[in-house]
Design a protein around this ligand. Structure first.
Ligand SMILES: [Mn+2]
Length: 467
């Protein structure tokens, strides 16, 4: 039933698209700068369909970089070939299609003199400054551009191969948060049409990729720098290796209890990037960010009601004016959500952000009454017995009041010593001091071997990882 409506919507679009592409040799399906899964899937789907129907040779183009782990995995696992475009490249194609954005919105690198011939976008329509492209399908009740492409495929009555189906499915899934956000009946119909055509093993790999260490460094910054203004949370990530991280962080920060709106900002290649999220049904993130960024002619912005992004070029601008721009935009967004930008608290306290100690919490009862001397004696006798009879470590400790099992004590010592050698903070805490005393008292063979095999390894790794 719903699929019949998809066919009905797709049929006239397919007809005019075929008229336009018939007899043409080459198609450039252009995605975003910093493309997301929906734009990649739409370009792949459109390219495949037109090759299938009219034999046109498709190329998928992009600008910026592709760094987000999920997107890189998607491209690799589905064998999608994408070409980074320079302005001169656009002349080489008979047809240029723009997917998931519009000529005036930005976030693409098609030069102004080469108007795209085809535009597919589900975001709200923008006023066109130049002539309307020959094929222009913008807006409508769609949570993803991929859904529009699926409607063409069902109207053409062809069956997409598994890689195309998987890409389109993932495009719809990410843009609608698995049909939970801004999903229309059209999206649900497209999703259901694709669901049994998907390679679920590849989909799982895409959704659970390994990420670089820097990913966690950025998240660390995001959390330590986060400020809370009433129901709004804002974090400045500093320089990021990919602007996508702003989106990921904003999504994550929106999970903080009591938070209704989240803004993450980060710098990448002479631009300030912003990602805004809101749970509000009244406020429109896309319109707010568009008003603040485009209204002041600072840069480009786009998005929907619950989520939006913006990019502000700062090339040639002084450090001072970069800070002013950031302040202007952040304060503007905070105010737009009815909060006072002068009034904030931090997600983490100063103490929490500065503490690097990894000592265990101190014992709560009995142990505090013990004299330090007693503990020292016990530890020594314990370790002596360990040395005399090594296989006992695998057995349960003989009596209850004893110190923790020997091998665990040893590991803690190793961890603490490795940590205190790496960081200045924490090395003066009482617990670390004790453990040092303890290990220096133990001429134990086992302790020594562990120290040699674990601790130097960590010491070696730490500096190279931070490089
Ligand atoms: Mn989209």
């Amino acid at each position: 039933m719903a699929l019949e409506e998809s066919v009905a919507r797709g049929r006239p679009k397919l007809k005019s698209l075929l008229e336009l592409s018939c007899g043409q040799q080459s198609l450039l399906a252009q995605t975003h700068d910093y493309p997301d899964p929906d734009t990649i899937a739409s370009a792949m789907g459109l390219g495949w369909l037109l090759k299938e129907l009219v034999g046109i040779e498709p190329t998928i183009g992009y600008g910026g970089v592709i760094e987000r782990a999920e997107n890189k995995t998607m491209i690799k696992q589905l064998g999608i070939r994408m070409r980074r475009m320079s302005p001169a490249d656009f002349k080489k194609f008979d047809l240029v299609a723009l997917l998931d954005t519009q000529p005036e919105v930005g976030n693409h690198c098609i030069p102004p003199e080469r108007r795209p011939d085809v535009v597919f976008d589900h975001h709200f329509p923008r006023e066109l400054e130049g002539p309307e492209p020959a094929f222009f399908d913008v807006g409508g009740e769609y949570g993803a551009t991929s859904t529009k492409i699926v409607e063409l495929i069902v109207a053409a009555d062809v069956c997409p191969p598994q890689d195309v189906a998987t890409a389109l499915f993932y495009g719809i899934k990410t843009d609608t948060q698995n049909l939970a956000r801004d999903a229309s009946e059209a999206d649900v119909a497209a999703y259901l049409y694709l669901v049994d055509k998907v390679d679920n093993r590849i989909l799982a790999e895409i959704e659970n990729p390994q990420v670089p260490l820097d990913y966690f460094r950025v998240f660390n910054k995001a959390i330590t720098r986060a400020k809370i203004y009433g129901k709004m949370i804002v974090s400045d990530l500093g320089e990021v290796y990919t602007p996508d991280l702003c989106a990921e962080v904003a999504d994550r920060l929106l999970q903080v209890e009591g938070v209704r709106h989240a803004l993450a900002v980060g710098w990448h290649e002479e631009s300030l990037f912003l990602s805004l999220r809101t749970r509000s049904r009244v406020k429109n993130a896309g319109k707010i960010l568009h008003g603040i960024v485009c209204g002041a002619d600072l840069g480009t912005a786009g998005g929907h009601s619950p989520m939006a992004g913006a990019r502000i070029p700062v090339h040639g601008k002084s450090q001072r004016s970069r800070m002013d721009i950031r302040r202007q935009v952040v304060n503007g967004v905070v105010q737009a959500f009815g909060e006072n930008y002068r009034n904030f608290s931090r997600l983490l306290s100063k103490k929490e952000t500065s503490s690097h100690a990894i000592s265990p919490p101190p014992p709560k009862e009995k142990a505090s009454k013990e004299k330090p001397d007693d503990r020292r004696k016990r530890t020594r006798s314990d370790e002596v017995s360990n040395r005399s009879d090594p296989p006992r470590t695998s057995k349960k400790p003989q009596s209850k009041g004893e110190v923790t099992p020997k091998n665990r004590v040893t590991k803690n010592e190793v961890r603490e010593s490795a940590a205190s050698s790496g960081t200045k903070a924490g090395s003066t805490t009482p617990a670390t001091k004790k453990s040092r005393t303890r290990s220096s008292l133990a001429p134990n063979g086992r302790t020594k071997t562990n120290r040699v095999s674990i601790a130097p390894d960590r010491r070696e790794k730490t500096p190279s990882l931070s490089a």
